[in-house]
Design a protein around this ligand. Sequence first.
Ligand SMILES: Cc1cc2nc3c(=O)[nH]c(=O)nc-3n(C[C@H](O)[C@H](O)[C@H](O)COP(=O)(O)OP(=O)(O)OC[C@H]3O[C@@H](n4cnc5c(N)ncnc54)[C@H](O)[C@@H]3O)c2cc1C
Length: 498
Amino acid sequence: MTADSYDVVVLGGGVAGCVLASRLSEDGGRSVCLVEAGPDHGPDPGGWPGGALDARALPREEMWERNVPVHRFRGRVIGGSSCVNGCWNTWGSAADHDEWERAGGSRWGFAAMEPYRAAAVRRMGLREVPDRELSPWSRAAVEAARELGHAEVDAGLPGAPGYGFPLLNAVDGRRWNAALAYLDADTRARANLTVLGNAVADRMVLRGGRVEGVVVRAGGVSRTLRAGLYVVAGGTFGSPALLMRSGIGPADPLREAGVSPAVDLPGVGANLSDQPGVFLPLVPTAELDAALAEKEREGELYVNRVLVRAASEYAAEGGWDLHILPSAGPPLFGSLPPGRYEAGVSAFLMKPVSRGRVRLRSADPEESPAIDPAFLSDPEGRDAAVLRSGLATARRFAESAALKGLAGLPEGTAAHELPEAELRARLGTYWHPVGTCAMGPAGDPSSVVDGEGRVHGVANLRVADASVLPTVPAANTQLPVLAAAEMLAAAMAAAPAS
Ligand SMILES: Cc1cc2nc3c(=O)[nH]c(=O)nc-3n(C[C@H](O)[C@H](O)[C@H](O)COP(=O)(O)OP(=O)(O)OC[C@H]3O[C@@H](n4cnc5c(N)ncnc54)[C@H](O)[C@@H]3O)c2cc1C
């Protein structure tokens, strides 16, 4: 091996990339290099910027882009979007596993994935919501859920609709991201593991149906890394962009972006699936403001700690297609005078049928791709109907005896009856994009990888991150991505260099 030659190169050091680099380097005979575009703050939390570790807010410093629509948010730092996210970990329904098994085989069923889910829970140190983190609003939201007939469920496992609490990757207010969990000091001390921060994977060089190197830019200098196996883990926006810059993707759009097509895979960048949502604002009472201010003084004010899995008439049998989130605290965006807070109930569409896409704008790795989430674009209008059903449920929460003493509906609000244009104008996202390098059989033109992440038509190339999930689970995606990366790393360790 030369200095720039490894057994495995992992491209992207986010949630999946940290798992892959950590697990694949457990075998001291396998050299692994992890390449991350953002900074590497190291294994000691003391070396991290305070904002990245504050679990009470969503940091926005270490992102790929500034001042862009919220659906483009993604972390650019070792640990990836686990450094900028809400620290919630939940699991989806049996229907999600049916969809994934159809695309990737039996390893994607719940029983087969469970050991990897459990391993991720352990390694991330996920823990239950401590009682002291429940604000008066969260406690009232639990009462409201009971009042409306929702049963309590374990939100970290598949199961039934109902209310529950997420598992948290946060301890005493500190966000414990995937890099701190998987690339700790012991792991980094391995002689066979190299972590390159501030290094952007520009493109892979293909020859004879194989990757023969990856061009990486760091500090204004380009160099080529070589490996037996190349694993792309740049996330749902970064992974298809890297494949496309390497000539792997839909041929005509690649030519338009100035890239010579090498492997015509129309599924690359297609099938983008994210979970849009709408916030139903309420007017907090002075009593709620005072109670939240007290919690904030104690340093324990969390906007949200309770979720409700709800089913519209379109949900799969026994499953759910909505998350309802009652929240109260400092606004996510903007600010309010001290002692004043925002309250409301959000409805998120968990199983959208609309599909968007990611396309290159140019071959420059620093130019972010065009990202069209195509929210509510399905011709039958099913996604809009499910979201309206969610807003009707959100309104029932707002009108419950438990919550209406703390915050009231503004005059004239009937959010589930909003005109189409206003509904669309109010759309936000839960930030769970997947699907742009979807797994599926080689003969299916929309599929990009097989069930173990092997890219169709390229011998020594895999993708292993959120982008391979063909459908978004009825869950927050971090834990499913951690579990998938654990599972795919084990498959790679069992079948090296292919
Ligand atoms: C604002 C926000 C809030 C969220 N909240 C939650 C939550 O509370 N709970 C939850 O379950 N999920 C949440 N998510 C989603 C969750 O974080 C993602 O599902 C998860 O991070 C996906 O993991 P990944 O490895 O696919 O991508 P990422 O974690 O995004 O990692 C991709 C990594 O690849 C790097 N990269 C990309 N391109 C290149 C390149 N060319 N060269 C080198 N490096 C590259 C990036 O810099 C990044 O570090 C949130 C996401 C966001 C953005």
